[in-house]
Design a binder for this molecule. Structure first.
Ligand code: TH1
Length: 840
């Protein structure tokens, strides 16, 4: 009975001795316990990596306590929950972040110290969780941190790829890809839930049956795979709340085995087991457009189906009536990748819950919201052929959604067939396909852009017609990044400095307080300490460069300006403009007399980023970087005045090292191409000045810190259009007179083999050569203005007082770019969810 149950619970409690304690002695005990019983090493002899594992498990135990309490509290209070659906999460390392958010950093450091270990060294043993490509995936991770910190009852859902984003290695200046088998040494941050599993079905046929006198469609699937949950606790900062990121892994289903067993084919049954596991095997490494791959579609549906079964099960545990769904569940689509969810919810409500189409549709339209992350019109499409074989019932549902939508549309706009064709969810033509963005827009109550400029483009170009139909759906949610990781974890020196001068650590939960730094703008002591922090960070970065990167014993001077461009390699991000600028700088240095050289600001130009494996031009950009570096770094004539460094395998951890050590960072996308950009925000928060175009979120950074505090250059969005027109009308190769002199010279050097590899660089040069519609990203016309901005940066750097002021004002103006602001905005205006704070 109940009494017996309570007695048992009490006995358990007394056995457990309450919650785990966080004083250094208790932590030490737990670390040793894990060394011996989890890692299975002797407590008298373990290395840094084993210390990491033991500490990670010690922290994990504490996370689990809070994560349990949070979920029990959510279950009890039944708030409306947010489900954040994303195919990508770039979490990076977890140890430092967890320890900081739990508020036990000093205790952990002390505990380790007494055992003869250093926290920083131990933390560096951890590998990155790189289950994503770039900005979009890191944004998801930042947003999870904010959701937890702001006490929102949220869940993240994603895929547990066994191979994350490939590791980049450089051989002779060329990129090679190595698989990232990140689970090799175990992952202490996940909790395997072998009992939380769902069957996910594929293929088969759709049949019509009679049910209660009504015709009903049923899907008879041909293949079943099992999804197993792996839970990743996400702790908030300054709160007990610890939310869950649930990642799905594919396992062969027992049904699947049975079939093979029945046919007596034991060997094939084992082989088929592996086939099921391939679904969640590997992350697609293209940070845009991957079209028409069956495995990718399988991944998407696998993820969608498992997540929605889980979500619906939880809803049904707490509620009986589907009318309540919109008040209790918010489903967020992180880009179009999870938008099959729409068809899946319709299928569940219509085919399984028998709600009837119209009622189901009514509900679906109230629960989805959508964020798009790109400027391009030509978004994700799924070939109808693929859908027809893999998900036949979903294809029918999509057709029906589209039919109803078009009927509705005809009533509003008449029989304007060209417009109807544009808006249709189904694209007719050679390859008939489903336009995932159109689907997401039609069915979501909110369509979010990731910066003001992005939203404007969505309204006036990308989704102009949809905006005409549903103006109220379109909203701006400018991206943000979490100051917990991008200052507190990665720049402890700056963290202490900020807290000292603000007299509080409250900015870690409320980034707007950073504006208080302006009060000390002219304080000489403050300046001195500010510069010191930057110097220490530059030292760390220089050590990394010198120790790991070059065989030629490259040394970099700390007096040099550390100039950084790190992000995925893409033509539109214009790393080529950066390299051309470096070559130009080299030319200038070569032509200078000794006296002038003495006045030059030395530079260390750092470039890093991965190219998608099939993106040839991006790979050539990487090679060019190395070729130029080799030439310049070995030119004794140049010495410390100019160094070029390519940092391989750029990832979250490398970013944590590079960003705090940068003086200047470059964000060079041709205006109108970068939906937002989030790297710029991380550099801003770390007191690094920006050299940038008026693109994406940079425009809003300017609103916060003013044009005087960064180096702006290049065509504005409206000018880009005009210049592209001009470029196209110029069919004949341009007369040399019209090609800016410096640009032409640099281009000629590369083309003529000054940096070697003449043939290899030919096609790269052709992308920017004049005439024939080349130079789509307008490097030629922005080059002059780019060089001027670079000169302005040099000039500002000479005046260190001025530079420091600009740096302080950057951090002081970065409050708006905290993901806390973004998440609060989403919660209040899109998801309509309230904080739900677990009591202490
Ligand atoms: C990026 C955008 O390029 C970037 O501007 C933005 O800041 C970031 O998302 C976060 O909003 C994108 N990443 C992806 C990744 C995939 C497909 C499209 C985009 S857009 C796989």
């Amino acid at each position: 009975g109940l009494g017996e149950h309570r007695a048992k619970a009490e006995r358990m409690y007394s056995l457990m001795d309450g919650f785990l304690k966080n004083d250094p002695i208790s932590l030490q005990k737990d670390i040793l316990h894990h060394v011996e019983y989890t890692v299975a090493r002797s407590r008298f002899s373990f290395d840094d990596f084993e210390a990491y594992q033991a500490l990670a498990h010690t922290v994990r135990d504490r996370l689990i306590e809070r994560w349990h309490d949070t979920h029990i509290y959510f279950k009890r209070t039944k708030p409306k929950r947010l489900y954040f659906l994303s195919l990508e999460f770039l979490m990076g390392r977890s140890l430092s972040n967890s320890v900081i958010n739990l508020g036990i950093e000093d205790q952990c450091a002390e505990a380790l110290n007494q055992l003869g270990f250093e926290f920083e060294v131990v933390a560096e043993q951890e590998g990155d969780a790189a289950l994503g490509n770039g900005g979009l995936a890191r944004l998801s991770a930042c947003q999870m941190d904010s959701l937890a910190t702001l006490d929102y009852p949220a869940w993240g859902y994603g895929l547990r790829y066994e191979y994350g984003l490939f590791r980049q290695i450089i051989v002779d200046g060329f990129q090679h890809e190595k698989p990232d088998y990140w689970l090799n040494f175990g992952n202490p941050w996940e909790i395997e839930r072998i009992h939380v599993t769902y069957e996910v079905k594929f293929y088969g046929t759709v049949e019509e049956v009679e049910m209660n006198g009504e015709k009903q469609k049923v899907w008879i699937p041909g293949e079943t795979v099992e999804a197993v949950a792996y839970d990743n606790p996400i702790p908030g900062y300054g709160t007990r709340n610890t939310i869950n990121l649930r990642l799905w892994a594919a396992k062969p289903s027992s049904k699947f085995d049975l079939e093979a067993y029945n046919t007596g084919d034991y060997i094939n049954s084992v082989v088929n087991r592996q086939k099921a596991e391939t679904i969640s095997n590997v992350l697609y490494p293209d940070d845009r457009s991957h079209q028409g791959k069956e495995l990718r579609l399988k991944q998407q549906y696998f993820f969608v189906s498992a997540s929605l079964q889980d979500i619906m099960r939880r809803f049904k545990e707490e509620h009986t009536n589907f009318d309540e769904l919109p008040e209790k569940v918010a489903l967020h689509l992180n880009d179009t990748h999870p938008s099959l969810s729409i068809a899946e919810v319709m299928r569940m409500l219509v085919d399984e819950e028998h709600l009837g189409w119209h009622k189901a549709w009514d509900i679906v339209c109230k629960i989805f919201s959508f964020t798009t992350h790109t400027m391009v019109t030509d978004g994700e499409k799924i070939p109808v052929d693929l859908l027809e074989s893999l998900l036949p019932r979903h294809l029918e549902i999509l057709y029906e959604i589209n039919f109803n939508f078009l009927e509705e549309l005809k009533k509003r706009i008449g029989l304007d067939y060209s417009r109807l064709a544009l808006l249709s969810i189904v694209e007719e033509g050679a390859m008939k396909s489903i336009r995932m963005a159109n689907l997401a827009i039609v069915c979501s109550h909110t369509v979010n852009g990731v910066s003001k400029l992005h939203l404007e483009r969505l309204k006036t170009k990308t989704f102009k017609d949809f905006y005409g139909l549903y103006p109220e759906k379109f909203q701006c949610k400018t991206n943000g990044v979490t100051q917990r990781r991008w200052i507190v974890v990665s720049n402890p020196g700056l963290r202490d400095l900020i807290s000292k001068w603000l007299g509080t650590e409250a900015w870690i939960r409320d980034a707007d307080l950073l504006s208080g730094l302006r009060d000390h703008l002219d304080n000489a002591d403050f300046h001195l300490e500010w510069k010191m922090v930057k110097k220490v960070n530059k030292m760390r970065l220089a050590e990394y460069i010198e120790a790991f990167l070059t065989l030629s014993l490259l040394q970099v001077s700390l007096d040099a300006m550390f100039d950084v461009q790190v992000k995925r390699i893409h033509e539109y991000k214009r790393q080529l403009l950066n390299i051309f600028g470096i070559i130009h700088r080299y030319n200038c240095l070569k032509n200078m007399d000794k006296d002038s050289r003495r006045k030059v600001v030395p530079r260390v130009c750092i470039i890093g980023g991965k190219a998608a494996p099939g993106y040839e031009i991006a790979k050539k950009i990487i090679k060019l970087c190395h070729a130029v570096a080799e030439k310049i770094n070995n030119d004794t004539d140049i010495g410390d005045l100019l160094k070029v460094v390519f940092i391989p395998d750029y990832n979250v951890s490398v970013a944590e090292l590079v960003i705090p050590g940068a003086d200047l960072s470059q964000h060079l996308s041709t205006a109108g191409n970068e939906a937002s950009g989030t790297g710029n925000m991380k550099f801003l928060m770390n007191g690094c000045l920006l050299l940038a175009t008026a693109d994406g979120s940079t425009v809003e950074i300017i609103e916060e810190i003013g044009e005087d505090n960064l180096f702006l250059f290049g065509a504005k969005v409206h000018e880009v259009e005009k210049r592209r027109q001009k470029r196209l009308s110029n069919l004949a190769p341009l007369q040399p007179a019209k090609v800016p002199l410096h640009f032409a010279r640099v281009l000629r050097m590369v083309r003529d083999g000054y940096f070697g590899h003449k043939d290899y660089f030919k096609s790269l040069c052709e992308t920017v050569e004049f005439g024939f519609g080349n130079d789509y990203y307008l490097l030629t016309s922005d080059f002059g203005s780019y060089l001027e901005a670079q000169a302005a940066a040099d000039k500002a750097f000479v005046n260190q007082d001025k530079w420091t002021r600009m740096s302080i004002l950057s951090v002081a103006g970065s409050g708006r770019f905290s993901s806390d602001r973004t998440i609060q905005d989403y919660a209040e205006s899109t998801w309509k969810i309230n904080p739900c704070r677990c009591p202490l």
